[in-house]
Each structure stands twice: as structure tokens, then as C-alpha cells.
Ligand binder design. Structure first.
Ligand code: AMP
Ligand code: MG
Length: 334
């Protein structure tokens, strides 16, 4: 992207307009995080519920004082280790952050994205950017500029194209406002990596149970294509049997999509392939990072082919596989 287009994107942001931009996780729809009116535009464009908070994106530590009221040693340690990167830290909010950004909470989520265009845009605008994923609310998050265009064309003045997103799933959201850190949403930085960096156990929201502060957005319909999503076994042989069973029992005429590992796809026969559209690779078995990077593209392709049933192969439920499985479960719940 030329310096000129970066300057015009930054000018739009300073004028209170929303701009879509790439990050390493998914494409974001950014607006000036300190301007309530600009942030309301984001909710209107996406059709997003008002109590679902936005993550504030910064490009340098000096901006933190505009965003968070406190910056505890644990936050510092994690930022040094994982920023720029797919980790959002939830901390008490600074008064200047409008309630539109925090969903009315006293806390704010903040992160530094690991993408040169995102960092250049934030620096050129000279603003912290509040940015949720740049999709229509409820749809799978966009991992290419084309995904953004399909959802938001005509609704926003500019979409910056930085190619496909490396991580492909949203950031890990870690709450640092409770007694001990709690993962509110699994993402690109794993529980294991966080525990190693902090030298202590980190709970997931499920493990923390009732005492856990909830990530407000997690209750909403998410990552949901039009078709019915059905998870199938991570084991190729078992997955093969499930695919055969579904093709036998599916309503005549109903289109079936398959998102599965290369190993599982290699086991399909020609008749099965002919019945499935699309047949989409999630990458190699035991490579959950590949599956994570491809999931949302596969779900969108399944929708475009008007699949009524979308079979999606599971990964292991640990490491980055936890983030994949979290999104898959939500998509399946619809
Ligand atoms: P999105 O960028 O669309 O993935 O949405 C941001 C998500 O970050 C929200 O849906 C919440 O799950 C989480 N989040 C952001 N800010 C906070 C906060 N202050 N407290 C808890 N969760 C947050
Ligand atoms: Mg989102």
C-alpha cells in the first residue's frame, strides 16, 4: 500500500469514519477509540449488539495510558513477551475510553496487532483504534479483503488489502482484572504459552466457572454460516465413516460441504467427491494452526455453494486447536 493511501485511510479515521484493515488474526473494522460517535458507526455498520465490547488496538506502549487505568506487572510481562501479537489483555479502563468501546463495562480489552499495515495505519492516524472483526455480526470473521468486501461493500468508505491473515482466528482474550488470569476467549496465543510466560496456571472461563467475568460477546450467535454445521471426528478413519453415513442419510438434493484434513480427503472415493461441494482442505492432520487459518474461508465457501449441511473435521482440543474447536462449537450451535 502506498504512503498516499495510508494517509487517506488515516484521514478518514481522524474524521470519525470507519476503515477496514488487515491484522494477523482477522480483518478489523477500525475507528477512533476515543470518539464515541465514530465507535457507534462500527456497531451500525456491523449490526453489532451494543453490549459487545470492541478491542482497542495500539502501535506503541506509550498509548496505554490513554486506554488503561492501571498497567500491572503481569500485563507488562505478557506484552513484552507476546506483543505485537494475537493476545488481548482486559484491564481497568481509562476514563477517556467511551462506554461504546467497552460495552458499558469498567474494563477495556487492548492489544498490539502483528501486521505491518495495521501498525502503520495506527501510527499514521495517531489514534488508538477500536476494532472488532470486519464482518456482518453473526457471520464468520473475514480473513481476506474479499470477505470484508462481500459483507460490508457500500457500508464503509475504505477496505485496506493486506492479503490473507496469517492466524485466521481472533485473538486470545485474557482477563487480568480478577484474582488470577482467566482466558475469556481462546485464540492465537495458547493457554500453555501463557502459563509458561507467567510461571503459573491460567484458567479458561469454563474452568473458572461461575466466578468468571464473562466476555460479553461470547453469548452471541457467532461464526455461523447459513448451512447446518456438523463436527466430525479428528480421526481420519472415523471421519470417513461419518462422511459416508451423512451422504447416505442426507435429504435428497441437499448440498453437503466438507472441510477436512488432507488425510481424510485422500480417503474419499470418486462418488463421494462428486456429492460434496466444496471439498475444502483444512491442511495436514495434526497441524491445527493450518486448520485455524483456513476455517473461516471454508465456512464462507460452503455458504457460497449453498450447502445445507457442512461437515467440519475436528482438531485436537489443546494448543491452537482449542481456539479452532471453540469457533467450530459456536458455528455448530448456530
Ligand atoms: P471481536 O473483535 O468481534 O472478536 O470482538 C471482541 C471481543 O473481545 C468481544 O466479543 C469480547 O469477547 C472480548 N472483549 C473485548 N473487550 C472486553 C472486555 N472489556 N471484557 C471482556 N471481554 C472483552
Ligand atoms: Mg467478531
Amino acid at each position: 500500500m502506498s504512503g498516499e493511501s495510508l494517509a487517506s485511510a488515516a484521514a478518514l479515521l481522524r474524521a470519525g469514519e470507519p476503515v477496514a484493515f488487515p491484522t494477523e488474526t482477522v480483518y478489523g473494522l477500525g475507528a477512533n477509540a476515543l470518539d464515541a460517535g465514530a465507535c457507534r458507526r462500527i456497531f451500525a455498520v456491523k449490526g453489532r449488539p451494543a453490549d459487545n465490547p470492541l478491542i482497542v488496538h495500539i502501535a506503541g506502549m506509550e498509548r496505554l495510558r490513554d486506554v488503561c487505568a492501571v498497567w500491572p506487572p503481569e500485563a507488562r510481562l505478557l506484552a513484552v513477551r507476546f506483543w505485537p501479537g494475537p493476545l488481548t489483555l482486559v484491564l481497568p479502563r481509562q476514563k477517556g475510553v467511551p462506554p461504546e468501546v467497552t460495552g458499558g463495562l469498567d474494563t477495556v480489552g487492548v492489544r498490539m496487532p502483528d501486521h505491518p499495515l495495521a501498525l502503520a495505519l495506527i501510527r499514521t492516524a495517531g489514534l488508538p483504534l477500536a476494532a472488532p472483526s470486519a464482518n456482518l455480526s453473526g457471520k464468520p470473521s473475514p480473513t481476506t479483503a474479499d470477505h470484508v468486501w462481500r459483507d460490508l461493500q457500500g457500508r464503509i468508505p475504505l477496505i485496506m488489502d493486506g492479503g490473507p491473515c496469517r492466524v485466521g482466528l481472533e485473538s486470545t482474550v485474557l482477563d487480568l482484572t480478577a484474582g488470577s488470569p482467566v482466558i475469556l476467549r481462546p485464540g492465537g496465543v495458547t493457554k500453555e504459552e501463557l502459563e509458561q510466560a507467567l510461571g503459573k496456571a491460567v484458567m479458561t472461563a469454563d474452568e473458572a466457572g461461575e466466578s468468571a467475568p464473562k466476555a460479553p460477546g461470547m453469548k452471541y450467535r457467532h461464526y455461523a454460516p447459513q448451512g447446518r454445521v456438523m463436527p466430525i471426528s479428528a480421526d481420519s478413519a472415523a471421519a470417513g465413516r461419518q462422511i459416508a453415513e451423512q451422504l447416505r442419510t442426507v435429504r435428497p438434493g441437499e448440498r453437503v460441504a466438507l472441510l477436512a484434513t488432507d488425510e481424510t480427503l485422500a480417503g474419499l472415493d470418486a462418488a463421494q467427491r462428486a456429492r460434496l461441494t466444496p471439498v475444502f482442505s483444512l491442511g495436514g492432520a495434526r497441524r491445527p494452526a493450518q486448520a485455524a487459518a483456513r476455517l473461516f474461508t471454508g465456512l464462507r465457501l460452503a455458504d457460497e455453494s449453498r450447502a445445507g449441511l457442512i461437515l467440519v473435521q475436528e482438531t485436537e482440543d489443546s494448543g491452537v486447536g482449542s481456539a479452532f474447536m471453540n469457533r467450530l462449537r459456536k458455528a455448530a450451535r448456530g
